[in-house]
Design a protein around this ligand. Structure first.
Ligand code: PMP
Length: 360
């Protein structure tokens, strides 16, 4: 079996031990004679899987008791609508921070529900940084402030949390959740599609403070109402059972590794391997300002973009897969989520060095 290093932005690599365990248990989960995939979500055995995943995630992120964890469907993009539907709480507007492609998508969707005040934007820098700390124009009457704490496409990561006064802060953490510890108490709501650092696609995790639930717009479908789902332990309808089970295995893998502090050390080391290389070459170029570079999505370009196709072809031949940047901005992107081993990043840099030697 030849597994490649998959640098795709998501669905992305999963830890190999997790997939081996899922494969071992696929036909017969713990002597039940059936797969988790085939189990009723009301079954005692499945409830144990669910409760274990919930408890492990709570422990990993040290989620305070006054926050609920919801396991939903609809992806990160689904939350672009669910957040305003649930959190406007009778107010007419919300603050959004524009830092790249995904925050722009969130803004466009929110505009269908409310007045959006763009409290800060980094568009004039071509989305190469987070906003200046004193550069926000918050609306004091806003229902919440929304940020995208890791812009997956541009490769910009907030390594800091803005102060929004008493206004609840919401973050789309889809592409860096669980990559490092997070002070959940600084946020009113955190959401993430699973398919990068959590598990297979199909599952969306929402961590929401209790007092923000229960005020959804009257037309909100019940299955999309945070309070209804919280009261039903995310089982108002059938949850994505298999994705949640695999995610539970990922949480156990993270705990065994030593938790998020340890994961962060590993991620810092991995990101350093590639950024250090990018910083000393003229052949490639990393456009994001140093202090805002993502540890998860490394954006880089070949100075001569005529070599892009050749670069991608040779990379693929070397077992380095999915390095092509998003169609919206081009260039290259190496997504190095939790499950990417440091050997993968070293192999990439080795290849880049060799490609530079041949074509530089
Ligand atoms: N937000 C961010 C930051 C993302 O990276 C993505 C997907 N790459 C989305 C939202 C959309 O997620 P989904 O496809 O799960 O709806």
């Amino acid at each position: 079996m030849a597994r490649v290093f998959n640098f795709g932005a998501g669905p992305a690599m999963l830890p190999e031990p997790v997939m081996r365990q899922a494969a071992d248990e696929l036909l017969d989960w713990h002597g039940t004679g059936m797969s988790v995939m085939e189990m009723s979500h009301r079954d005692k055995a499945y409830i144990a899987v669910y409760a274990g995943a919930e408890a492990d995630l709570r422990e990993l992120l040290a989620i305070p008791r006054n926050y609920k964890i919801l396991f939903l469907q609809g992806g990160g993009a689904g939350q672009f609508s669910l957040v305003p539907m649930n959190l406007l709480r009778g107010k007419s507007g919300a603050d959004y921070v524009e830092t790249g492609y995904w925050s722009q998508k969130a803004i466009a969707e929110a505009r269908r529900y409310c007045n959006v005040n763009v409290a800060a934007s980094t568009k004039d820098t071509k989305f190469t940084r987070t906003p200046k700390r004193d550069g926000f124009h918050f609306d004091p009457g806003a229902a919440y402030v929304h940020i995208t704490s890791n812009e997956t496409i541009e490769g910009v990561e907030w390594h800091w949390v803005p102060d929004t006064g008493g206004v609840p802060l919401v973050t789309d953490a889809s592409s860096h959740i669980l990559s490092r510890p997070l002070d959940v108490s600084r946020f009113g709501l955190i959401y993430a599609g699973a398919q990068k650092n959590i598990g297979p696609s199909g599952l969306t995790v929402v961590i929401v403070r209790d007092d923000l639930m229960g005020h959804a717009m009257p037309t909100t479908p019940s299955v999309l109402d945070y309070k209804v789902q919280a009261d039903a332990d995310s089982m108002q309808n059938t949850p994505p059972t298999f994705s949640l089970y695999v995610s539970g295995l990922v949480f156990k893998w993270l705990k065994q590794l030593g938790g998020l502090k340890k994961m962060e050390e590993i991620n810092i080391a991995k990101a350093k391997v590639i950024y250090d290389y990018l910083d000393q070459t003229e052949f490639y170029h990393a456009p994001i300002v140093k202090e805002d570079r993502s540890r998860m999505n490394v954006q880089f370009r070949l100075r001569n973009d005529k070599l892009d196709a050749e670069f991608l072809k040779q990379a693929e031949n070397n077992g380095l897969s999915q390095l092509k940047g998003h169609r919206a901005i081009g260039g290259m992107r190496a997504s190095i989520y939790n499950a990417m081993p440091i050997e993968g990043v070293q192999a990439l840099v080795g290849f880049m060095r060799e490609f530079e030697r041949k074509h530089g």
